[in-house]
Design a protein around this ligand. Structure first.
Ligand SMILES: Nc1ncnc2c1ncn2[C@@H]1O[C@H](COP(=O)(O)OP(=O)(O)OP(=O)(O)O)[C@@H](O)[C@H]1O
Length: 257
């Protein structure tokens, strides 16, 4: 086993009387695709929110490349190299695809988004570097033909792809994806699965993926963590998890197949 890139140890999170997570412990390994699955309300998004700094767990530790994440603000965590996409699309609908991707570069901008292009010298060189990073993402996600379109005019599937692009434009070392295929038709899902695999293989980015479509999860993940009622009930390869009696029991009667 390689050394873990992220160590999640004993995470506990409550909202008033609701225990969203308890005693969650698992490792995430570099350049792998790590799925988090589980029935509705199991705590998957809460786990992602603890990693990205939106929620502060009352118990436990999360370390990323040796650095403690608990207590850091979301923007600090982003600067450490962790990007995320959201369950609901959070893009600027009236702006173009390219401009939305440029906003994804903001964690790397010293002069700020608006001043970046206004002066010559270092600012201009920085602007060129950001444009190049964005062009790489456009190539990787095959969105050349829609680069100047406003996001609001695009199909849902393309908007999700642009959202992935915005997170990717940060050049993260770890990418958190919350249901990137929700609401997609099967062709769009296949495309998204291919892009996730491309990102993993070409950029060696670690990907943490919440996904309800079991077929996709089992196809593309290296490791799967299974949550139920805020507890980790299984962890392993897709084959191991699929054969685990606790997982089979958790999914009995669920619509997810
Ligand atoms: N901000 C919050 N305030 C209060 N309760 C919350 C909050 N966020 C999550 N919860 C509760 O924590 C539990 C876990 O929710 P979470 O959204 O993490 O589950 P999930 O596995 O992502 O579900 P889904 O598959 O439906 O998205 C639920 O009981 C939920 O109501």
């Amino acid at each position: 086993m390689p050394e873990a890139q992220m160590q999640i140890e004993g995470i506990g999170l409550s909202f008033g009387g609701v225990r969203a997570l308890s005693g969650i412990t698992f490792n995430i390994y570099p350049s792998t695709i790590q799925a988090i699955i589980g029935p509705n309300g199991a705590g998957k998004t809460s786990m992602l929110n603890c990693i990205s700094g939106l929620y502060k767990p009352q118990q436990g530790q999360i370390r990323f490349e040796g650095q403690n994440l608990i207590g850091r603000a979301p923007h600090e965590i982003a600067r450490l190299g962790i990007a995320r996409s959201f369950q609901n699309i959070e893009l600027f609908r009236h702006m173009t695809v390219v401009d939305n991707l440029m906003l994804g570069r903001h964690v790397h901008m010293r002069g700020g988004v608006l001043t970046g292009g206004l002066y010559w010298g270092p600012g201009q060189r920085e602007e060129i570097a950001h444009r190049e990073a964005v062009e790489q993402v456009i190539d990787l996600l095959e969105i050349q033909s829609i680069r100047k379109k406003t996001v609001g005019s695009l199909s849902y599937g393309l908007q999700k792809r642009v959202e992935l692009g915005r997170a990717l434009a940060m050049h993260p070392r770890l990418l958190l994806l919350d249901e990137p295929m929700a609401g997609m038709n099967s062709e769009e899902k296949e495309d998204m699965a291919r892009f996730i695999l491309d990102i993993s293989e070409e950029q060696r980015t670690t990907i943490v993926l919440i996904e309800h479509d079991m077929g996709v999860v089992m196809d593309i993940s290296d490791n799967v963590a299974v949550l139920e009622f805020g507890q980790l009930i299984a962890y392993g390869t897709p084959a191991e998890v699929k054969a685990n009696p606790a997982v089979i029991a958790a999914y009995l009667g669920q619509e997810h197949s």
